[in-house]
Design a binder for this molecule. Structure first.
Ligand SMILES: Nc1nc2c(c(=O)[nH]1)N[C@H]1C(S)=C(S)[C@@H](COP(=O)(O)OP(=O)(O)OC[C@H]3O[C@@H](n4cnc5c(N)ncnc54)[C@H](O)[C@@H]3O)O[C@H]1N2
Ligand code: MOO
Length: 402
């Protein structure tokens, strides 16, 4: 069995970023830029006021008062040049009139009719945003690999880019295998279970920014699994759920081998999720995920999520889910035979990360995943950790702050 870190490295080595596609700016959030975006003009495009007040000449501070010659709103062009002894009422963002080089803020001004008196006079450049001071025409605003968060989206809008080139989201096919499985509305007949992995994995694929393609259920029949797998080969990634272990009806490894797939790895030193299989098949990447629902979702976070992020063009520091060191709020145990990931809740309180372990580590118990946002881990060989001890924690959901 190989380690989690070795497996992540081997998997990521096989992944390439997808080609670029044109995307409407409003749909581009969380996508990754595949071009350099240059500024088409200076920003600000003209000298303007940073505050509501009065545009003045900074050399007029020796005068007793100034004459107010006009009012300039944002979006308007000043109509006159400011001469010695003159001021113009000006709003934040409005164009500075020629002749002016400073803005007296209105809190420090005493206007009466057209006359302006003042307490303190601004120095040259005070409260003025100079043309091109934020960025200049032709300068690169964003480079390939920039992740488009709301700030970047606003910058692109300011640069009048209603469309941008971003990496195409990979298509991830999901095929569940198992005679015991039925669709969400299927007949359970007392011995069957719902194919919940299809839904859980689809939600994870969407959350990671990729496009799920639901291929439904294949029975434990190698011929049918093989057919369905071939049909799935037009997707970028293929997730097979179930049949990865050693049981009599666990056909995933066998079918992949028959199709000429190169198995890159099989079995990881971790719990849950030991019987993970990863292979190259017909130029596509295939994950054989364990059928146990918690194991399957956990393997996704560890080994599929990073691959999706890489293919989306994310920078390497953002491929893996983050980890922190957190203090245990109650003791934990493990068999010690594999690295054990223990589900629980991570919160940040009083400048400290706290991890509250959930009471069970059963790989089939989906209730145990509700409200879970993290997994603390004990290395293989360690069988317990006490309350208050620090453990490394993998963060899979939103962190609680109280
Ligand atoms: N003798 C051994 N038995 C098992 C081993 C082992 O090393 N030796 N490994 C165990 C571990 S660890 C895991 S994890 C599971 C993985 O098994 P498979 O990937 O072969 O999955 P199945 O046998 O098909 O199913 C396991 C379990 O999960 C349920 N399941 C399957 N698919 C779905 C689905 N799409 N949605 C919801 N639930 C699903 C299935 O009914 C089983 O209960 O193997 C252990 N056994
Ligand atoms: O590795 Mo299995 O995932 O423990 O149940």
């Amino acid at each position: 069995m190989i380690s989690v870190e070795q497996a992540q490295e081997l998997i990521l080595k096989e992944v390439k970023s997808t080609a670029a596609e044109r995307c409407d700016l409003l749909s581009a959030r969380n996508r990754v830029l595949a071009e350099t975006v240059y500024a088409r003009s200076d920003f600000p495009a003209f000298d303007n006021s940073a505050m509501d007040g009065y545009a003045v000449r900074s050399t007029d501070g020796d005068l007793d008062h100034l004459e107010i010659i006009e009012v300039i709103a944002a979006g308007q062009r000043p109509s006159r040049t400011l001469e010695r002894g003159q001021a113009a009422r000006i709003m934040t963002g409005a164009m500075l009139p020629s002749g002016a080089d400073a803005v007296l803020i209105q809190e420090e001004a005493q206007p009466t009719e057209n006359t302006l008196r003042f307490d303190r006079f601004p120095a040259a450049g005070a409260n003025v945003r100079r043309r091109g001071s934020f960025h200049q025409s032709g300068s690169p605003l964003l480079t390939p690999g920039s992740v488009l968060a709301p700030g970047e989206i606003a910058l692109l809008a300011a640069a009048q880019r209603s469309f941008v080139l971003v990496h195409r989201p990979p298509v991830v096919a999901i095929l569940s295998t198992g005679d015991e499985l039925v669709g969400i509305d299927g007949d359970l007949s007392g011995v069957r279970i719902v194919d919940s992995n299809q839904y859980g994995l689809a939600a994870q694929v969407q959350q990671a920014g990729a496009v799920p393609r639901l291929l439904g259920i294949a029975p434990d029949d190698p011929t049918i699994i093989r057919e369905r797998l071939i049909a799935a080969l037009d997707a970028d990634f293929i997730l097979l759920s179930g049949g990865a272990s050693v049981g009599q009806f666990d056909y995933t490894p066998k079918v992949l081998e028959e199709l000429g797939a190169q198995v890159v790895l099989y079995k990881i030193n971790m719990k849950p999720g030991k019987p993970l299989l990863f292979a190259r098949c017909g130029g596509r990447l295939v994950w054989g995920l364990p059928g146990n629902p918690v194991s399957s979702l956990f393997c996704f976070w560890q080994f599929v999520y990073p691959a999706i992020r890489k293919s989306l063009g994310y920078p390497p520091q953002r491929w893996l889910l983050p980890t922190v060191q957190a203090k245990l709020t109650s003791p934990v145990r493990s068999r010690g035979d594999r690295r054990a990931y223990l589900r629980g809740q991570l919160s940040y309180q009083q400048q400290t990360w706290h991890f509250s372990p959930y009471r069970t580590d059963n790989s089939g118990d989906l209730v145990s995943l509700t409200g879970i946002n993290a997994f603390a881990w004990l290395e293989a060989g360690a069988t317990a950790a006490a309350e208050g001890e620090q453990l490394p924690v993998l963060v899979v959901g939103e962190v609680l702050t109280g």
